[in-house]
Design a protein around this ligand. Structure first.
Ligand code: FAD
Length: 313
């Protein structure tokens, strides 16, 4: 391009006068110091991560549920940026699968197919990010403005429910959240505080490195019970305390992302507000001061939510 073309000169001006930080490309809610220890963008790293994962794919079925274990591939951001493709994984996994227990391989391929499945669903439901796939659920009575503070607490990881707070802070910390906590946090937002799933979807979209329109809305509609596969299973309300014990039995994930609870003994870390006073004192935890009060009574809100969904079923 010639030197006199105005575009070139204004571009040079931009390069001279605007620093990277002035462009405000970094979301201030992200703790960017953690990003570089978790992620290295690019095809080379994507392929390296794939190779590393193939070495442990045999254990995938067992290891994939505990968010503290890093048992999943964490390839989703690399899929998102096109640095690894599902076909490459398919070929590699099948080429090398003789060395592994079939269960892990099957399970991984099934998971990968879920991503494609949601794209297929979106092809036939192009409004899936905005509209309930099953339209009778349009009648769900979402709560609006008075619940704003609860939505804010959810987004910031300050609900007073440790497994929820850990997941939401992982999202802000590294632009990723483990699948188990994506399920728990989304179910809680929808059925625990009756917040329209689209608000949660928007927050995930804003912060996930792997943000993918079909998988994100598919995941949210799964938790809301508003897409094809859900009604047959009845209303699904997950209990975050029981899920926490199941998926993070030692509380390691909570300790990592909610450091103010790091000294809580495992028996009480999943629900510190029910811990005896002396246990809290010893762990340096004061509910309402160092760690928030719970924003809802889970038993009460889940009973109410169940009635609302059952009325529509
Ligand atoms: C509410 C909610 C929102 C979600 N939003 C997204 C999103 O925006 N983008 C996204 O890629 N995934 C999304 N998922 C699916 C899933 O949580 C992530 O794909 C997974 O956590 C990525 O981590 P991984 O690569 O270590 O997964 P692995 O367990 O290693 O799985 C391998 C790959 O399979 C695919 N996969 C696995 N589970 C699912 C699933 N349930 N749905 C679709 N694909 C799946 C992903 O491409 C993933 O990389 C969402 C799930 C829920 C419940």
């Amino acid at each position: 391009m010639s030197e006199n073309v105005p575009f070139t000169s204004s571009q040079e001006k931009i390069e001279e006068e605007v620093s990277l930080s002035e462009l405000n490309l970094i979301n201030p809610e992200h703790n960017t110091s953690l990003f570089s220890s978790w992620w290295t963008p690019g095809e080379t790293e994507g392929q390296r991560r794939l190779q590393e994962f193939i070495g442990r794919i045999g254990n995938y079925k067992n290891d994939r549920k505990n968010p503290a274990d890093h048992g999943t591939s964490r390839l989703s951001p690399h899929y998102h940026f096109g640095e690894v493709t599902p076909f490459q994984v398919w070929d590699k996994v099948l080429d090398e699968s003789e060395n592994f227990k079939d269960e892990g391989v099957d399970h991984y391929i099934f998971r990968l197919a879920t991503k494609e499945y949601y794209s297929y669903i979106m092809f036939y439901n192009p409004n899936m990010a905005d509209k309930n796939i099953i339209r009778k659920f349009d009648k769900l009575p979402w709560k609006e403005d008075p619940e704003y503070l609860k939505l804010k607490a959810w987004k910031e990881g300050k609900t007073g429910i440790p497994i929820i707070d850990a997941g939401m802070r992982e999202l802000l910390g590294v632009g990723y959240m483990h699948n188990s906590t994506r399920l728990i946090t989304s179910n809680f937002l929808i059925k625990g505080i009756m917040c329209d799933w689209r608000k949660g979807q928007e927050h995930f979209w804003e912060h996930l490195l792997d943000a993918d329109l079909p998988s994100n809305s598919g995941g949210w509609q799964w938790s809301a019970g508003t897409h094809h596969d859900c009604p047959r299973k009845g209303v699904q309300i997950s209990n975050p305390y029981l899920q926490s014990i199941k998926f993070d039995p030692k509380g390691d994930y909570i300790r990592k992302w909610v450091p103010e609870l790091a000294l809580m003994p495992t028996a009480h870390i999943h629900d510190p507000s029910e811990a005896p006073k002396n246990v809290l004192e010893k762990a340096g935890v004061e509910i309402g001061v160092t760690y928030p009060y719970k924003i809802v009574n889970h038993d009460k809100v889940s009973r109410e939510a169940r009635k609302k969904w059952e009325k529509i079923y």
